[in-house]
Structure formats: C-alpha cells, structure tokens
Design a protein around this ligand. Structure first.
Ligand SMILES: [Zn+2]
Length: 100
C-alpha cells in the first residue's frame, strides 16, 4: 500500500468520525453552541467565530448552511496534534485546541 492510499484511508476515517461527532453534538443538547456564545477572538475581539471542521465531510450539502452562516470552516485533512479549534470570521485568526 503506498502512502497516498494510506492518506486517503485516513481521510475517510477522519471524515466518518467527525460527522458522527457532529451529529452527536446536535443530539446531546449541544455544548458547541454554548461555547460559541461566549467565544471571542483573542486577536480582534470579534465574536463572530466559526468552529473548524477537520477532515472532509462526505455530504457537503448537510454542512453548507452552517458554512454559509459562518458557523463552520473546513480545516481540511491535514490533522495534527496541534490543530486549532476556532477561526475568527473577521481576521481569520485561528486558536484553541482541537479536543476530539
Ligand atoms: Zn479576529
């Protein structure tokens, strides 16, 4: 198995885990929304903050509305141990620790 195939497999796993996580957040009364309500950009103090969605969603249409509303940005598939959790919709500063 070459490295490209490994990465593609990894992306598929990440995508699945994140979609499940996202759905579970909705079902469980949604701690994410509570977090967002008190979030503030440490760089420009803007309160219009998006949660960074790591991995690629298989069904973009499901997330399109939230992306349009600035609630989510797609972080891509380069997941490391130091990925930020939030992105400011004003200055695009990223911060926080991805906790999943
Ligand atoms: Zn900002």
């Amino acid at each position: 198995m070459d490295r490209t195939t490994d990465l593609q497999n990894l992306c598929t796993i990440i995508r699945t885990v994140h979609l499940e996580w996202k759905l579970s957040q909705r079902i469980l009364g949604d701690e994410t929304i509570m977090e967002e309500s008190i979030l503030q950009c440490p760089s420009c103090n803007n309160k219009n903050i998006a949660t960074i969605f790591w991995g690629y969603p298989s069904d973009m249409s499901e997330l399109e509305k939230e992306i349009d509303e600035g609630k989510i940005v797609i972080g891509g598939c380069l997941v490391t141990d130091h990925d930020p959790k939030w992105e400011c919709n004003s200055c695009h500063h990223r911060w926080g620790d991805r906790d999943d």
